[in-house]
Structure formats: structure tokens, C-alpha cells
Design a protein around this ligand. Structure first.
Ligand code: SAH
Ligand code: SF4
Length: 398
């Protein structure tokens, strides 16, 4: 960006450098890190070695200052510090739920805020991370969907959420004890926070590659789940370029209902989406796809819905995650009764699919699915209301 370019230019692009100033080494892919060191004067061979050392300091030991990189000469450390920064999001607020869930409000460049949630469970610890500030989509049951897209997160801001959570959990360095997934506090990542990850594909991919790198955070690709509302053209790329597990926000069994709940359905309908999903497990070598299904009273929770769902997904290795609808201030729907959710689950289970009911976590701190939205922004005026479906072009879908 030149000095004269308008600041608004990078609102919808994917800035590596959200502002002018020193390059942030965090979030660069391995090859980009080498290139950056070469651009700043190192010979190629040396740059490879140095980048390996720097990489390990950042992602294995969790250091945030060049001065701590003690296997580099003092002079080189000073040189690095004069040219680069190691920047991650800043935690401006942390709330801990009575069930142990932690919700972080993180500030990123430009003064924007995103939310990240850590969910401890008996056999795992899952970090739910955000990929965008707001969302372009307007799913009518989702709190984030009431917020306009402000911008995509950079790869540094995406992997930075993982690093900052590890800071808070005291899980550096990534030593032998923490290498074993079972004993890690942060053992899984789900891209189920704010935003549609497949509308920020390159940055999500670069960040997840860093999370998987064996010489760093070293999470297995099977412990990373990307959730999409159904951005069909990007699904195969997810298998090919990331290889993580896939979850799909399905939520309805007819196009009529899905058009209202997940308006991207007007662009890629159920049939188109399912055709694409059939190829995913083979492409990514993963066992099965998770179908997320939010249970909303009187909208999508009948026995007929459960049976249609089974028909639709026939042949796809799948698990159906039933998510009791989480209310948020002004939300237009109600959660299905518990008995209804259980009956729905039973029908699916009897057809041979796992159908766990997701226990709402962190509700007291508004950290449950679909409740995330930074407090600083205003509710959008043009809401999609269930009784007044917006026309397909009311909100441009990309
Ligand atoms: N944009 C992506 C990922 C973020 S949403 C997607 O839509 O898949 C993460 C999950 O939470 C999605 O399955 C979403 O449908 C669900 N969700 C959103 N609002 C919810 C609510 N109010 N109650 C329960 N689940 C909700
Ligand atoms: Fe965006 Fe996902 Fe919420 Fe839909 S459910 S508005 S795609 S974050």
C-alpha cells in the first residue's frame, strides 16, 4: 500500500500488514518467513537456518521478544528487533464461566474486536476461534449474523488467538508433555467462532498450517474442524489444502426452511451442497463429516425433519451434532423442548448415525454457539426476520 492510498482500501482485503510499519513475523508461512528474511538482507542458506530457529522460538517455545532467542547472536537479535515485530491480538477482557469455559475478547489492528472461547472437557480442551470480524452472511438464528463484516482476520490474528489462549493456559513451551494430545489443555481447534472461514480461505489455511506444523504447536489435522455454512466452491480446496475435518451448518431439511435460516442456501442449495460433501471424506482422508443442526422450536425440529435428514445424507459418512438453539438478546426463535430434541436424536441414532446433543457451554458469559458478537458494535437494522424473509439479493452473497 502506498502512503497516499486511502485507509479504507484494506477493509475487505487481507492485509499481511494491517498498517504501515514493521513486518509481523507471526502468521507468515514457513516459505514466506524465509523470503522475508532474504528480502531483509540474509543470504538464502542462512535465511533457511535462521527461519527454522525463529520458527521454533515463536511456535514451540512461545516467546514474543527477539531478545529471548538466545541461540541467535546478540547483534542479529537487535537487527531483527529493529526490522520486525511479533504481534498477536491483545486480550482486553476475559470471562470465566461457572463451567470452566473461558471467553476472551481480543483486540486486533484497527481497534476491532473478536471473541475466542476455550471449552475444557474431560478428554480434550477445545478452542473455538474466529476468522472474521462480523460475517457477510445473515443466518437468522446467529448473533454474529446481525453484525456486518468489518474485515477478514489476518493469518497472524487467527493463529494469534491460539497462541494467546496458550499464554493464558500456561501451555508453553510445547514440550514433550504437551505434545501428547490427550494431556494437552488445548488439544483441539474448531473454526466455529465469528465469521465464515471459507470466505477468508488463504488466511485460515496459512494459520492452520502453522497450527499443524510438527516443529511448533503440532496439532493433528484431525483435531482441527472447520465449520462452514456451505460455501460450495471452497469445500474441495479445504480438503486439498488444509486436510482438516469439516463441519457443515446444515440446520434444515428443505430448501424453503434453509433459505431462511442459512440464506447462502439461495446460492448453493441443499442438493448442490450435498453433492460436494459426498466427495469430501475421500479427498481429505477424514472419516466423516459433522452435520451441525440447531434445534429451533417449531421450525426444523419435527420427526419428519429427522427422517428427511437421514434420507438426505444417506451414503455420506456423517455424525449429526444437535445444537439446542442458544438465545441472544432480540433473537427471533426459541429453543426446542428437551423431549423434542431427544426424540429427534433417537430417530437419527436408530438410523445408524451418531447424534450427540451438544451441551450448551458458557451460556452465563454468552460464550455458547452463535452468541458471539463483540459488544462494541451496533445491531444491524436490516435483520432477516423469520416472519419476513429477506429477498435473496437483500444482502449480497459472494
Ligand atoms: N460461519 C461458520 C462458522 C461459525 S458458526 C458456520 O456457520 O458454520 C458456528 C456454529 O454455531 C454453526 O453451526 C452455527 O450454525 C451455530 N450457531 C450459530 N448461532 C447459533 C445459535 N444461536 N444457537 C446455536 N447454534 C448456533
Ligand atoms: Fe456467519 Fe456462521 Fe453466523 Fe451464518 S452461522 S451468520 S455463516 S457466523
Amino acid at each position: 500500500m502506498t502512503a497516499t492510498a486511502p485507509i479504507t482500501q484494506d477493509v475487505l482485503t487481507l492485509p499481511r500488514k494491517p498498517s504501515e510499519g514493521p513486518v509481523n513475523l507471526i502468521g507468515l508461512s514457513r516459505s514466506a518467513l524465509v523470503e522475508t528474511l532474504i528480502e531483509h538482507g540474509l543470504a538464502e542458506k542462512k535465511a533457511k537456518m535462521r527461519s527454522n530457529q525463529i520458527w521454533q522460538w515463536i511456535y514451540q517455545k512461545g516467546v514474543r521478544s527477539f531478545d529471548q532467542m538466545t541461540n541467535l547472536s546478540k547483534d542479529y537479535r537487535a537487527e531483527l528487533a529493529s526490522q520486525f515485530v511479533l504481534a498477536v491480538p491483545e486480550v482486553v477482557n476475559k470471562k470465566v464461566s461457572t463451567d470452566g469455559t473461558r471467553k476472551y475478547l481480543m483486540r486486533i489492528a484497527g481497534g476491532h474486536e473478536v471473541e475466542t472461547v476455550y471449552i475444557p472437557e474431560v478428554d480434550r480442551g477445545t478452542l473455538c476461534i474466529s476468522s472474521q470480524v462480523g460475517c457477510t452472511l445473515t443466518c437468522s438464528f446467529c448473533h454474529t449474523g446481525t453484525q456486518r463484516l468489518v474485515r477478514n482476520l489476518t493469518a497472524a490474528e487467527i493463529i494469534g488467538q491460539v497462541m494467546v489462549a496458550r499464554d493464558d493456559l500456561g501451555e508453553w513451551p510445547a514440550a514433550e508433555r504437551t505434545r501428547n494430545s490427550e494431556t494437552r489443555l488445548l488439544s483441539n481447534i474448531v473454526l466455529m467462532g465469528m465469521g465464515e472461514p471459507l470466505y477468508n480461505f488463504d488466511n485460515v489455511r496459512d494459520a492452520m498450517k502453522i497450527a499443524m506444523d510438527p516443529e511448533g504447536i503440532c496439532l493433528s489435522r484431525r483435531r482441527i474442524t472447520l465449520s462452514t455454512s456451505g460455501v460450495v466452491p471452497e469445500i474441495a480446496k479445504t480438503a486439498e489444502q488444509i486436510g482438516c475435518l469439516l463441519a457443515v451448518s446444515f440446520h434444515a431439511t428443505t430448501d424453503d426452511v434453509r433459505d431462511t435460516l442459512v440464506p447462502i442456501n439461495r446460492k448453493w442449495n441443499i442438493e448442490t451442497l450435498l453433492a460436494e460433501l459426498r466427495a469430501y471424506p475421500k479427498l481429505s482422508n477424514s472419516e466423516r463429516i459433522t452435520f451441525e443442526y440447531v434445534m429451533i422450536k417449531g421450525v426444523n425440529d419435527s420427526d419428519a425433519d429427522a427422517r428427511r435428514l437421514i434420507q438426505l445424507i444417506r451414503g455420506i459418512p456423517a455424525k449429526i451434532n444437535l445444537i439446542p438453539f442458544n438465545e441472544w438478546p432480540g433473537s427471533p426463535y426459541e429453543r426446542s423442548d428437551w423431549k423434542r430434541i431427544e426424540a429427534f436424536s433417537e430417530i437419527i441414532f436408530k438410523a445408524g448415525y451418531a447424534s450427540p446433543i451438544r451441551r450448551p457451554r458458557g451460556e452465563d458469559i454468552m460464550a455458547a454457539c452463535g452468541q458471539l458478537k463483540s459488544a462494541s458494535e451496533k445491531i444491524r437494522k436490516s435483520r432477516v426476520k423469520p416472519d419476513k424473509p429477506a429477498s435473496a439479493d437483500a444482502q449480497p452473497l459472494r
